[in-house]
Design a protein around this ligand. Structure first.
Ligand code: PMT
Length: 218
């Protein structure tokens, strides 16, 4: 049994990919499996928290005791996040949110046409930046940064630009770690400090992250 470091706290976590529809049968998405976000939810439950898990489309079974909100698109994830964040002590954005969606979703299946097809995409809202910008009832806000190069610098840039309290830098170019794997490694950055967490199973890593977050709450 783990010490109840998060007893009385509510933790809201986003997990998995989003799906951005193009027409009734097609979408744009990514390789996030939800494993890292679901492991964070399980870890927060172990530490005694009340847990909201906002999940994009994944095939995993959610941890018993988590309150699950299923969403598909970034806009749906944003609605759920902005509803729950003001009632949370901690918000963790582990989801791989699509940065762009189709400017218009075709009502009917897009027909095969010429040799090239151009899709127009528009920017999605930045969910975690909106949570971090809440003027009242702002939770302790933790982001993830999935990077394939210059990981620490890009991650620290996201910490600053999105005005987060902590960012978990995830080098997703490392073989056997990151997207869809059972193992991962992270470097946590907050203030002027950092903590490197070497490769281990996602459940183990998630517990270390949640314990680290718990110590930052007043
Ligand atoms: O799900 P798994 O297969 O277990 O893989 C885990 C993971 C690799 C997906 C996870 O560890 C991870 O790194 N998640 C973040 C993925 C991501 O999209 O990162 P980003 O650098 O593009 O986004 C930075 C932060 O902004 C993230 O907290 C993201 O949730 C958030 N964001 C991004 C875009 C957007 N429109 N709104 C957001 O809130």
């Amino acid at each position: 049994p783990e010490p109840p470091l998060l007893a009385g706290k509510t933790v809201t976590i986003t997990a998995g990919p989003t799906r951005e529809p193009l027409d009734p049968v097609r979408f744009i998405s990514n390789h996030s499996s939800g494993k890292m976000g679901f492991a964070l939810a399980e870890a927060a439950l172990k530490l005694g928290a009340t847990v909201n898990l906002i999940s994009g489309p994944v095939t995993l079974t959610p941890p018993a005791g988590a309150r699950v909100v299923k969403v598909e698109s970034a806009l749906e994830m944003r609605d759920a996040a902005l509803t729950l964040a003001p009632h949370s002590d901690v918000f963790i954005g582990c989801a791989a949110v699509a940065d762009y969606r189709a400017a218009a979703v075709a009502e009917q299946k897009i027909k095969k046409q010429g040799d090239e097809l151009t899709l127009t995409l528009v920017k999605n809202p930045d969910i975690i930046a909106e949570v971090a910008a809440l003027s009242t009832k702002r939770p302790y806000t933790v982001g993830f940064a999935a990077e394939t190069q210059d990981v620490a610098n890009y991650a620290k840039g996201k910490l600053t630009n999105k005005k987060l309290d902590m960012i978990c830098a995830n080098d997703v170019s490392r073989e056997g770690l990151g997207f869809n794997s059972d193992h991962n490694a992270l470097t946590l950055f907050w203030g002027n400090e950092s903590l490197e967490l070497p490769p281990c199973s996602k459940p183990e890593l998630a517990l270390t992250v949640m314990k680290s977050v718990a110590t930052k709450l007043s």
